[in-house]
Ligand binder design. Structure first.
Ligand code: NIG
Ligand code: FE
Length: 423
C-alpha cells in the first residue's frame, strides 16, 4: 500500500538524521513549504517540495490533497499514568475550597485513593477503561506513549497494572512503553515501616517484574513526603541490576536533590522539575538525562511552572509530556500541553513542538522509530485543519486544530470524501 499526500502547506519536523535536541538546537524545526509526503507500508518513504515530486499521483493506491494544512509528527507523550480505575473530581472540588495536594494525600486521598479504586476493579475492566482512554489520546494526536504503574502499591496490584499495560502494547496501534512505579508512595499499611516496603520493591517486585519482562523502565517519586534521595538510589540500583533503567519523578514539590540522584542513577529522563535551583539546572545541562516538563500538572495544581527558559538557555535537553493521571493532570491532551509550554513557560512554538515530538520519543527510547518526518520512521502523523502558521497551533489554545491523525499509514478518522482520491 502506498499513499501520496500532496500540496501540504507545511511539512514540519523533517529530519534526515536524529538526535536529542539540547539548548539552542531545540528552536529549529526543519520544515518544507508546499510539500509532498509518500508513505509505503506504514512508513515514511519519501518527502520533498512539490516541484521535486517525480511520480504521477495516479501511480499511488491513495492520494490526499492537503492544501492549506500542516503535517507534523504525532505527539510522543513520554510520561503518563494512563492506566487508572477512576477519576478524583471530588478532590478537585476540595482543592478549590482550599486544601492542598499534600494535605489530601496525607489524609489517605490522592495516590492512595487511586490505589484503593484500582484494587476494587477487575483486570479486564481496567484494561477496557484504559484502552478507551488510549484511543481518545490517539485521536488528539498522540502517536507514542509511556504508561506507568504505581497505583497498585502491592505485588499483585503492580503486576495487574503492568499486565494491563502489556495488553495495551499488544493491542494498541501506537508504540507503548511501560514503566514500573512501585515507589510512587508508601501504602497505608507501611506508613510506619518504610524499610519494609522498600525491601518489598527491591527483593520481590523488581525480580518478578524483570523475569516476566513487564517493564521497559522503572520510576521513583523522589520528593518531599515521598521517597528520599538515598531510598531512590537504592531502588534504582536494584532495577539497574536487572537492566531496568530509571525515569524519575523529581523536584515537583521541593528542591529535593532528586535531579542529581536521577543523573547519578543514569536515568533516561527526570520529570516534573517545577522546583529547580542553579545547581540542579547545571547538573542536568551537563548530563545525558532528558528533563521532562509536565506543565499540565503545574496548571491543574496551581503550582509554579518549571523554569523552562533557564533550562534551555543552560543547554538542557527538554521534553514535554502530559502526566495524564487522575490526581494532577486529568487530561492527556498534548495540544494543550504544547500551548501551556508556550504561554506559561515562554517556550517558542518550535521548541515546544520539538520537545513534544522528537525529544519525547528519545525520553522513552523511541528516538530512532518515531517523533520526526524521517525516511524509514513509522508514519504516525498529525494532519491539521487549514491553519495560517505553525505558531497558530499553540496560540489558539483549546481550539480543535486536528483534522485527522495517521497511525502506521492509516487514518484514525474517516476522511471527508472531498479530500480523498482513491486511485
Ligand atoms: O506525576 N507526582 C506523582 N505522581 C503523579 C500524581 C499521581 C496522582 O496524584 O494520582 C504526578 O503528578
Ligand atoms: Fe507523573
Amino acid at each position: 500500500m502506498n499513499i501520496l499526500i500532496s500540496d501540504i502547506k507545511i511539512l514540519a519536523g523533517t529530519r534526515s538524521s536524529n538526535s536529542v535536541l539540547k539548548g539552542t538546537s531545540l528552536a529549529s524545526l526543519p520544515s518544507i513549504r508546499d510539500a509532498y509526503l509518500i508513505i509505503e507500508d506504514g512508513q515514511i518513504a519519501d518527502y520533498g517540495g512539490m516541484k521535486e515530486l517525480k511520480r504521477k499521483a495516479t501511480s499511488f493506491d491513495e492520494h490526499y490533497i492537503a492544501t492549506g494544512k500542516i503535517i507534523l509528527p504525532c505527539w510522543c507523550d513520554s510520561h503518563t499514568h494512563l492506566v487508572f480505575a477512576g477519576y478524583r473530581e471530588h478532590e478537585f472540588v476540595r482543592k478549590i475550597k482550599g486544601e492542598t495536594y499534600e494535605q489530601i494525600a496525607a489524609g489517605g486521598g490522592g495516590i492512595l485513593l487511586s490505589a484503593q479504586q484500582l484494587h476494587e476493579m477487575s483486570e479486564d475492566e481496567l484494561f477496557i477503561v484504559s484502552f478507551r482512554r488510549l484511543q481518545e489520546v490517539i485521536r488528539m494526536g498522540t502517536g507514542a506513549i509511556e504508561i506507568k504503574s504505581g497505583y497498585g502499591l502491592s505485588i499483585e496490584g503492580e503486576m495487574k497494572m503492568l499486565r494491563v499495560i502489556r495488553r495495551l502494547k499488544q493491542t494498541a496501534s501506537i508504540p507503548v512503553r511501560s514503566t514500573f512505579l512501585g515507589a510512587h508512595t508508601f501504602p497505608a499499611a507501611y506508613k510506619d515501616n518504610r524499610e519494609g516496603y522498600i525491601k518489598m520493591i527491591i527483593e520481590q517486585m523488581i525480580p518478578v517484574i524483570a523475569s516476566e519482562k513487564l517493564a521497559d523502565y522503572m520510576d521513583v517519586f523522589c520528593d518531599q513526603g515521598f521517597f528520599t534521595v538515598e531510598e531512590t538510589l537504592r531502588i534504582c540500583k536494584a532495577g539497574s541490576a536487572f537492566s531496568i533503567f530509571p525515569k524519575i519523578h523529581a523536584n515537583q514539590l521541593s528542591v529535593s536533590g532528586g535531579v542529581e540522584a536521577a543523573i547519578h542513577a543514569g536515568a533516561i529522563s527526570v520529570d516534573h522539575l517545577e522546583k529547580m535551583d542553579s545547581h540542579a539546572i547545571q547538573a542536568l545541562a551537563g548530563s545525558g538525562t532528558i528533563g521532562t516538563l509536565l506543565p499540565a500538572a503545574a496548571f491543574f495544581l496551581r503550582m509554579e511552572y518549571p523554569p523552562a527558559r533557564q533550562m534551555i538557555d543552560a543547554g538542557c535537553a527538554i521534553a514535554l509530556a502530559s502526566d495524564h493521571n487522575p490526581g494532577s493532570s486529568p487530561s492527556g491532551n498534548m495540544n494543550f500541553v504544547v500551548s501551556l509550554a508556550c504561554i506559561q513557560m515562554k517556550m517558542l512554538p518550535e521548541e515546544a513542538i520539538n520537545a513534544a515530538t522528537i525529544n519525547g520519543a528519545y525520553a522513552m527510547g523511541l528516538g530512532e522509530e518515531i517523533g520526526s518526518v524521517t525516511v524509514g520512521k513509522k508514519a504516525n502523523l498529525i494532519l491539521t485543519q487549514p491553519v495560517s502558521s505553525i505558531a497558530y497551533l499553540p496560540y489558539a489554545f483549546g481550539q480543535h486544530h486536528i483534522e485527522n491523525v495517521m497511525i502506521g499509514g492509516e487514518w484514525v478518522k474517516d476522511l471527508n470524501m472531498n479530500q480523498q482520491h482513491r486511485n
